[in-house]
Write a protein that binds this ligand. Sequence first.
Ligand code: 7PJ
Length: 262
Amino acid sequence: MGIVNVTPDSFSDGGRYASTALAVEHALKLIDEGADILDIGGESTRPGATAVSLGEELNRVIPVIEALSAVSTIPLSIDTYKPEVMRAAIAAGIDIVNDVRALQEGSGKDGALEIVANSHVGVCLMHMQGTPQTMQLNPSYSDVVSEVKQFLTDRLHAAIAHGIARERILLDPGFGFGKTTAHNIALIQHLDDLANIGSPLLVGLSRKAVLGKIAGGDESQRLHAGLAASVISVMKGAKIVRVHDVKATVDALKVVTAILIE
Ligand code: 7PJ
């Protein structure tokens, strides 16, 4: 899954793809590099990032989805927790809703769960402790692996109970979302346990702070650390890795699958 940021304050691309044309160009490059899914986001959820308004988020992502859905050869995902953005993205041709709030918000009529349930799209349910504004202040668990596993299991069952078929659902431990370095490492170590829940796992570690904590380096210097994380995630059962650096990741994972599967 290649990341397409359409946001001036995003975690890594610093607004370079802020315009529709640049975002589409970047997306097409990621397809060329071997991405199987594109994840389009208009609001940064990096720790401490300020929220963007609904109108601004729609203005960023919908033109990109409309342009890409006409030409893309691969499924498109929208990274949003806003029900209104989900609804508009579905109308514009999105294939997957990627919700860092795991469809928790808006449990009433026309909430996120209902919007996804009343559509045909797939959904990624991610674990987060707290909110993007506060989540890294004091992450705390008595047992991070079992708590994340319980949360994902509960959200999976809630989604199924609302009529979202199991086959449409992906689960994600939410690396960096209310987790210390030790929490993130424990979750990678026990990814095979999370894979036992039974739904495909999506893992997002690309350029994240935990890689810098382990290997050093700022966001632009975390490629090699990220490749190690992608490789071990797939070896421990992840089915999708969400990354900025598609070409390098595809090459690394081709070697993994050639050795492990063929
Ligand atoms: C994730 C995400 C992730 C899923 C972001 C960043 C922050 N969606 N959206 N999983 N991270 N499903 O890329 O650093 O880990 S935004």
